[in-house]
Design a protein around this ligand. Structure first.
Ligand SMILES: [Zn+2]
Length: 452
């Protein structure tokens, strides 16, 4: 006897693009083939999801998994496992802090080879844009990068140079032709550099000194400038990890006059404040820095307003040895790719009554649409059968041993969450269940349809 479907998930509360409803979902050959109140017929596998919410699997648009070259910081195996444990089915890996950085086809292919072997879930890659590789953008586009990443300020890695104005102009003009977006880390290079030098020269190295060396104007000014470049060149621009409500406002204003610009923020700018960073210490250091409660309140209002397109993790781990010491001098970067969806369920849905369909858009649908990944990002017929099954009311305290990261450190250890990922399904195959990875690596390379 042959079954009609590979998989039926019955009785779940499904987060569809426009509604949340109790419905069955049927899957064949890794795709969603039917969504209906009651689906008849047999399947090779049936999941009774009564009482569970079913989200589209998370696509994390911004992680640093560090392979090849810095596997002592994080690996594709550990990082992609953490993605799955957080309800994720895909991630886009940044062109740093692997070594060598992803600045040409040769280094892209070295990175691809690791992911093909080790990635539990699907993956896309960012190419880098620096003054040194303006002649390599075409070959990176041919490799299938989802977009390019550049830094306005020092990147933290000397081999990944900051984008000067000439590189911004010529790079954006090239990306228009390639049909690919540019994501920029927006902090003013001169102000951050000089304020940091002055602070260090005066032995000012505390957490508050760090905040003072990277004030909000460094982001606001640079976002404004990058919008000007995008408006003049026509390049699709995404502001990385936006941290100030004022900069979000600049993006919204530019969009309303037709500029193709959007912004990503990160859970920690919505959940943590400067006071939390002072309490938590270097584990919560990142750049741009986490701001005060007043800004955070305004950021939530912007999110509720629809002015922020994407929530990513900016998972940026390192060897714990370089997180020890004076705040000003230690590595900046937060490990968070396992907790984005639970954090949003806790702080957006439970605390602020934020609609579940909007959480699904911010963590999955918008990411795939902006980067033109076809057939991924929502629960709809014809799309990949990517799901996160959630016990939405169950509470837990995150323990270090729950983390799949290579180094089990995160500012969220010890935090209370409400909303547990019980199972993650990638293209019809369960990859994570009840706290365990249950599949071999089955990730595949996601490329944008940038010609469409
Ligand atoms: Zn990053």
């Amino acid at each position: 006897m042959s079954e009609r479907y590979d998989l039926i998930i019955r009785n779940g509360i499904v987060v569809c693009p426009d509604s949340v409803k109790k419905t069955d979902v049927a899957v064949s050959n890794g795709k969603i083939v039917e969504i209906a109140e009651e689906i008849s017929g047999d399947a090779k596998e049936v999941i009774d999801a009564a009482g569970k919410h079913i989200f589209p699997g998370v696509t994390d648009g911004h992680v640093h998994f560090n392979e090849p070259g810095r596997s002592e910081w994080e690996t594709v195996t550990t990082g992609s496992s953490a993605i799955a444990a957080g309800g994720g089915v895909a991630y886009f890996d940044m062109p740093l802090n692997c070594s060598p950085c992803t600045l040409d086809a040769k280094n892209f292919n070295a990175k691809l080879a690791v992911a093909q072997k080790d990635s539990l879930v699907d993956y896309g890659f960012w190419g880098g844009l620096t003054p040194k590789n303006l002649d390599k953008l075409e070959e990176l586009a041919e490799c299938g990068v989802i977009g390019f990443k550049a830094f306005s300020c020092h990147s933290g890695i000397d081999e990944f140079e900051r984008m000067d104005d000439f590189t911004a102009l010529v790079g954006m003009e090239k990306l228009v032709k390639l049909g690919l977006p540019l994501m920029v880390h927006c902090e003013n290079a001169e102000i951050t550099k000089d304020l940091t030098s002055i602070a260090l020269a005066n032995n000012k190295t505390t957490v508050r000194d760090y905040f003072a060396a990277r004030p909000p104007i460094t982001e606001i000014e640079n976002v404004s400038r990058m919008i000007t470049f995008a408006e003049e060149t026509g390049c699709k621009l995404i502001i990385a990890h936006i941290s100030t409500a004022k900069a979000v406002e600049l993006v919204a204003q530019a969009r309303s006059r037709g500029v193709d610009v959007s912004c990503e923020t990160i859970g920690h700018y919505l959940i943590l404040t400067d006071d939390d960073v002072e309490r938590l210490g270097t584990v919560a250091k990142c750049s741009p820095p986490i701001r005060n409660i007043d800004n955070q309140t305004k950021m939530w209002a912007k999110l509720l307003n629809g002015d922020i397109a994407i929530i990513s993790s900016d998972h940026s781990p390192c060897d714990p040895k370089i997180k020890v010491g004076e705040f000003m001098k230690v590595w900046g970067g937060i490990s968070a790719c396992q907790t984005t969806l639970p954090a949003m369920l806790t702080h957006a849905y439970h605390d602020r009554k934020f609609p579940l369909v909007d959480i699904a858009k911010l963590t999955s649908q918008n990411v795939n649409e902006i980067f033109k990944i076809e057939g991924k990002g929502k629960i709809a017929v014809g799309f990949d059968a990517d799901f996160a099954l959630i016990d939405i009311d169950e509470e837990y305290t995150l323990e270090a041993e729950d983390l799949f990261y290579k180094h089990k450190v995160s500012p969220y250890v010890g935090e209370r969450f409400r909303g547990v990922v019980t199972q993650t399904i990638l293209r019809g195959t369960t990859v994570f269940k009840d706290g365990k990875i249950v599949s071999k690596p089955i990730g595949k390379h996601l490329k944008p349809n940038n010609l469409g």
